[in-house]
Ligand binder design. Structure first.
Ligand SMILES: *Cc1c(COP(=O)(O)O)cnc(C)c1O
Length: 469
């Protein structure tokens, strides 16, 4: 046997044990504490240490119990951040994807994997009303946004050859932090990202956008891109996409839609996303609202020419051997990645297994659950909504007429900590106009109506523990 060699029988023993662990985990998911009882010292003690010189064979797997034990449980009462709920068929597919280890660089390297990725890209584009767009899967919305803005820069203010030129990117102040990060990395400079105030529904105002762009044009400042959010990460607000598209056309700017949180909800509620189909590029995250296990992000674009202009840099060693449009295709000409995992397998299998209709239904349920939670909040005298509920993010707080804003912020922050230590529901937080908001974001196929009801129960219980009447 060679070093690292493993017989098929040994592999099966390892895999069977993993499958058993995963199965038991799923069976116990609903009873697990949503955040583990742990500490930094404890995790260092368990998972620190030096690399083993000698392997321990199958006994190495014993430590996996600890890994599960010190992990967050994503059951139906997990409402933190924007995190999909890891559909198990897709999760199982990742084992096979790793075993066959296709490097999804180009068709010549991975014929079935490249074709499946193109197929799921087409399904996603058609599903959200953007038939005809092409694209690629990526590590997440941050990578997709970076690639989209690299395209915008190369088309509007070419930089690949001679370095970055002056140009401005426009977005609302509710835009996700991955946008300023991309602007910095691309050498556009954060000073050239204009973050505009939002309206009372936390949406970018097309009239102020046009006014600012007009002024910049008069001062001879070139526009690179407008970034609209199709679901802001804080409140789920969808910027008026059609009107913003018109402004982008008027001022010759690239129109990017950051739909990492929300765009996939167009599968279930297309009317909310009108105008998205006019974008030059769209980021979306199947690992959020298509319930895929991490990672599975996606970038769609209208013009494959623009993406190739930005990313094509073929070294001779990798040059295609074929003139055939299918067999000559290379994702590395359209992406910042060269070595790429077979992300499409899980998505394709999970869509085939359940059908698009089931995903649509799960998204509809999330939207309905968010409305149900909003009703529970507005009908409770001690709670108030802090933003309209357009998608599935619900921002609210505990209120108390005896306290000022600063005291309410402190109280709600303490309530959140108390909720997490109670271990029944998981919420995160947002800051909205300097107010500390409790935030529940429902992108979870496991959530039931009772799970939603538990949110209000837990907030009230936590508040009562903190301030006994
Ligand atoms: C989550 C999110 C991102 C970043 O996506 P990742 O997959 O976490 O990299 C970008 N924009 C919005 C609106 C998001 O919700």
């Amino acid at each position: 046997m060679t070093a690292l060699g493993l017989s098929p029988e040994e592999f099966k023993r390892v895999a069977d044990r993993l499958v058993q662990l995963a199965t038991d985990y799923l069976a116990s998911l609903d009873q697990r504490a949503i955040f583990p009882v742990t500490s930094g010292t404890k995790t260092q003690e368990l998972f620190g240490g030096s690399a083993p010189e000698q392997g321990s064979g199958p006994a190495a797997l014993d430590a996996l119990e600890h890994v599960l034990h010190h992990s967050r449980a994503q059951n139906g009462r997990f409402f933190g951040y924007v995190l999909g709920s890891a559909e198990p068929v897709a999760a199982a597919a990742t084992l096979l994807a790793s075993v066959i280890n296709q490097n999804v660089t180009a068709w010549r390297s991975a014929p079935s994997a490249v074709t499946l990725e193109q197929t799921v890209i087409r399904w996603l584009a058609e599903g959200i009303g953007c038939a005809g767009f092409s694209g690629s899967l990526a590590g997440g919305g941050s990578a997709a946004n970076l690639m989209a803005l690299a395209m915008a820069r190369e088309i509007k203010a070419p930089a690949n050859q001679a370095g970055a030129q002056e140009g401005t990117v426009y977005a609302s102040e509710e835009v996700h932090m991955s946008i300023p990060k991309a602007i910095a990395l691309l050498g556009i400079g954060r000073d050239n990202l204009r973050l505009l105030p939002v309206d009372e529904e936390f949406k970018l105002r097309p009239d102020s956008l046009a006014r600012v762009m007009e002024e910049d044009r008069r001062h001879g400042k070139p526009a690179i891109a407008i970034v609209a959010s199709a679901g802001t990460v804080n409140t789920g607000a969808i910027d008026p996409l059609g009107e913003i598209a018109a402004v982008a056309r008027e001022y010759g700017a690239w129109f990017h839609v950051d739909g990492a949180y929300g765009a996939l909800a167009a599968l279930a509620a297309p009317e909310k996303f009108r105008g998205m189909e006019q974008a030059d590029s769209i980021s979306l995250d199947p690992h959020k609202w298509l319930y895929q296990p991490l990672d599975c992000g996606c970038l769609l674009y209208r013009e494959p020419e623009a993406v190739r202009k930005t990313f094509s840099h073929t070294g001779v060693y990798a040059r295609s051997l074929s003139d055939d449009p299918v067999e000559g295709f290379a994702f590395f000409e359209e992406s910042l990645e060269l070595s790429r995992p077979f992300r499409a397998l899980k998505l394709w299998l999970s869509l085939r297994y359940h059908g698009l209709g089931a995903f649509r239904q799960a998204i509809e349920n999330d939207l309905r659950h968010a409305q149900l939670l909003a009703e529970g909040i507005t009908s409770h005298q001690c709670l108030e909504l802090l933003a309209p509920v357009e998608l599935s993010a619900v921002c609210f707080r505990y209120r108390d007429s005896g306290r000022n804003e600063e005291e309410l912020n402190r109280l709600n922050s303490a309530i959140l900590q108390r909720i997490l230590s109670r271990g029944r529901v998981y919420l995160s937080n947002a800051s909205l106009r300097a107010r500390f908001a409790l935030r529940a974001c429902i992108v979870n196929h496991r959530t039931t109506d009772e799970d939603v009801v538990a949110v209000v129960e837990e907030v009230i219980a936590a508040a009562e523990e903190l301030c006994p009447a």
